[in-house]
Ligand binder design. Sequence first.
Ligand code: BES
Ligand code: ZN
Length: 462
Amino acid sequence: MSSLPAVLEHIDAHRDDAINRLFEFLKIKSISTDSAFAQDCISAADWLVAELADIGIKASRRDTPGHPMVVGHSDTISGRPHVLFYGHYDVQPVDPLELWHRDPFDPAIEETDSGAVIRARGAADDKGQLMTFIEACRAWKQTTGELPVNITFLFEGEEESGSPSLVPFLQGNKEELAVDLALVCDTGMWNAQTPAICTMLRGLLGEEITITAADKDLHSGMFGGPAANPVRILTKILAGLHDNEGRITIPDFYDGVDPLPAQIKTQWDSLGFDEAEFLGAVDLAVNAGEHGYSALEQLWSRPTCEFNGIEGGYTGEGFKTVLPSKANAKVSFRLVGNQNPLTIRENFRAYVQQCLPTDCTVEFEDHGASPATTMSIANAAFENSRTALTDEWNNDAVYAGCGGSIPVVGYFNEILNMESLLIGFGLDDDQIHSPNEKYSVQSFHKGARSWARVLEKLAENG
Ligand code: BES
Ligand code: ZN
């Protein structure tokens, strides 16, 4: 007889304990980009080690040149499939802090129009999500004494800061980490009632450019005119990166971008995405993207170039007639299909160099480069998991794309030769990376129940 009903009941009966455990985790300020929080990242890793130990998983903190990894292994039961679960314990910075309506590291349940939510930095990205999996494992373990499949756990603390230690760690621990399939819980649902399996992730290229003109800031009345202004040069370069149709102008940029297969387009069209509602939710009305594509196609299947920050000159209170010496921009590209991030980096840098007046210099800083990934749904684990999700949510689970990037999925493929199955319970209005991040209590609770079901299905995969 299936143990699943008892496992699900266990999750229901211990829901509040699970929320309290998540609250403990959310209180740890594991912001990976800011070195002031390095100790908190260690605390978060240690917390996970203890949490895994609590459910009988032998785990340890594995130090790296950056923030530590956590690796754990369940006791091996022979003849069962072996999966690796990946999540990240680091969170985004909280600024601007004044826009939060509560302390980002003092989690609480809040009632909202769309139901109860857990409010805190990391609630959805990714602490709440990764805990859905741990809670499902706990329920299996405490109900039946074992897990339905063999599981290796891998938690990273640098996902939000470009994962500098990840590739060397995967390369150095191939034998230990390469198993049948990776499970990742860091993506979203199609909507609050419809679960999704993500089959496409965009890649990401991050570039920072600093243009220097004169050797110091100057008076704009005394030097403005003859002296080059790096803010003018920078903004002209940036403005030149898109044409009037919203296409990116870098030579060969679209190499490797294929038209969307008709079958996928039909499937996406059947999802009934409401563009006006999507934009309306953030107080916008007009699609500002590449002409000729729906918002969903733009988000899931087209590359973009965005400016994430610009700095230069006087930005403080009041006014200053300065002619700045330097100007800086952080530029990111979301990539799709077979676009090669390294070629694009080269071509981008060449374009910037070629726009530069002789008097000016430019410095480039590399902020990571990862290609897009497309999951093949041929592996039976996909359809079996989709059934498990459909059973839990009483609504057909869908295959979806994802506008975001999870570089580890590409590395699992390349380095460990391992496919990934991406299931997550985030919602579009979770405000990940923004003030007032939240995770719906329903996502957390039914997320754990979903994983409990998926684990059972994966065991059948045998
Ligand atoms: N969980 C997100 C990825 C994501 C975003 C999934 C939106 C579903 C919807 C992940 O933690 C993230 O934010 N990744 C970064 C990439 C990283 C290299 C900084 C991203 O997509 O910007
Ligand atoms: Zn994430």
